[in-house]
Design a protein around this ligand. Structure first.
Ligand SMILES: [Zn+2]
Length: 113
């Protein structure tokens, strides 16, 4: 893989960490930079990362921190708590586990280690 993509993945990871620390402006900058890198590398973020930030204000979305989730009639409603951006996902049966609108803020994704 291109180093640009690798770097972008690192930046996304870093952005999440900064968000957890409450450094929102900096994390937004990291997300923008990451997107710039994937664009330059003519590559794409993996699907889970493409959904991992707010499309409007570019903040990394972390449940319980910058994102609120609700499930209504088999639709997952994700909302950015900073700018109010809302996105709906239909829940198909492939959607496995962890839809208990995590008050603990862990949604069971990422971190292969
Ligand atoms: Zn937002």
């Amino acid at each position: 893989m291109s180093w640009l993509k690798e770097r972008a993945l690192e930046l996304m990871e870093e952005a999440r960490r900064l968000t957890l620390e409450g450094r929102y402006e900096l994390s937004r900058r990291y997300v923008r930079l990451a997107l710039l890198y994937v664009a330059k590398g003519r590559t794409r973020l993996p699907p889970d990362l493409r959904r991992a930030y707010c499309r409007r204000c570019m903040i990394p979305l972390i449940v319980g921190v910058t994102e609120s989730r609700r499930v209504k009639r088999k639709t997952l409603i994700r909302r950015c708590t900073l700018c109010g951006w809302v996105r709906r996902y239909e829940l198909r049966r492939e959607a496995k586990g962890g839809q208990e609108r995590g008050s603990k803020g862990h949604s069971g994704e990422e971190r292969p280690n």
